[in-house]
Design a protein around this ligand. Structure first.
Ligand code: SAM
Length: 226
């Protein structure tokens, strides 16, 4: 048995690891704008899997639903947390009012730089989403009308998860909407249930809406308000 496992390792695992190392090297040497958005996301996973926290960017259908649910079309102050390669950002720009301001907070340097290059109308900052209030000060906002987030909640340490959610809830205007997503199935696990309880402790209304099957993996939308 041990011999079979050792042979399998040499046959499969080592070549796979070698390919990953070559890809990582290639992606490290390549500027992000030389890659398509999907390849940028793949590069993000290879460079920082824990931070990126998903196997693919949100589908357009999911992104459109998130934006629709968060009433971006009526908002003046729009916050996006963890925009990644900008699938949701694109939908926000297509739906928002002409006089609305979009602030996007992204932790990954590569994603933030590429997003700023691609979307000059969006104020992109490279930082942790927990700093949302600090970065909102530059616009004189006293709150956000719409907060849209596809952060990898279950990958974040619990104190950080709580901190970001508390900040988002505190900064949301009374008539504002906070929207986020959760992978299908995760809502049944202890981690998923804990996340929902946390949402319920911070918002007076938490609705699980729209299972979007055309996404990898299928995902739910959470719509939260005060
Ligand atoms: C699952 S990806 C979603 C990307 C994009 N919004 C989408 O829907 O395709 C999560 C994104 O959150 C970013 N992220 C992770 N932790 C973060 C944090 N603490 N603050 C801000 N962004 C963070 C990652 O770098 C990544 O771009």
């Amino acid at each position: 048995m041990a011999r079979v496992m050792l042979a399998s390792f040499f046959l499969f695992a080592r070549p796979c690891l070698a390919v990953m190392a070559i890809l990582k090297q290639g992606f490290t040497n390549m500027a992000n704008h030389e890659l398509s958005p999907t390849m940028q996301f793949l590069a993000g996973i290879i460079r920082a899997p824990f931070l990126t926290g998903a196997i693919a960017p949100s589908s357009r259908r999911l992104a459109r639903r998130m934006v629709l649910t968060s009433r971006v079309d009526q908002a003046l102050a729009i916050l996006e947390l963890g925009p990644g390669t900008g699938v949701v950002t694109r939908e926000i720009l297509d739906s928002k009012r002409a006089d609305a301001t979009v602030l996007a907070i992204e932790r990954s340097r590569d994603f933030a730089a590429e997003l700023a290059r691609q979307y000059p109308d969006v104020h992109v900052v490279e930082d942790c989403a927990s700093q949302l209030r600090h970065h909102s000060k530059q616009f004189g906002w006293d709150g956000a009308d719409s907060i849209v987030s596809a952060l990898p909640w279950t990958n974040l340490p619990e104190p950080l998860q709580e901190n970001i959610l508390r900040e988002a809830a505190a900064f949301l205007r009374d008539d504002g909407v906070f929207v986020t997503i959760s992978c299908f199935g995760l809502h049944l696990t202890p981690t998923g249930r804990r996340f929902r309880r946390l949402l319920e402790s911070l918002f007076s209304s938490v609705e699980r809406r729209d299972l979007i099957l055309r996404n990898i993996p299928p995902a739910f939308i959470y719509r939260c308000s005060k």
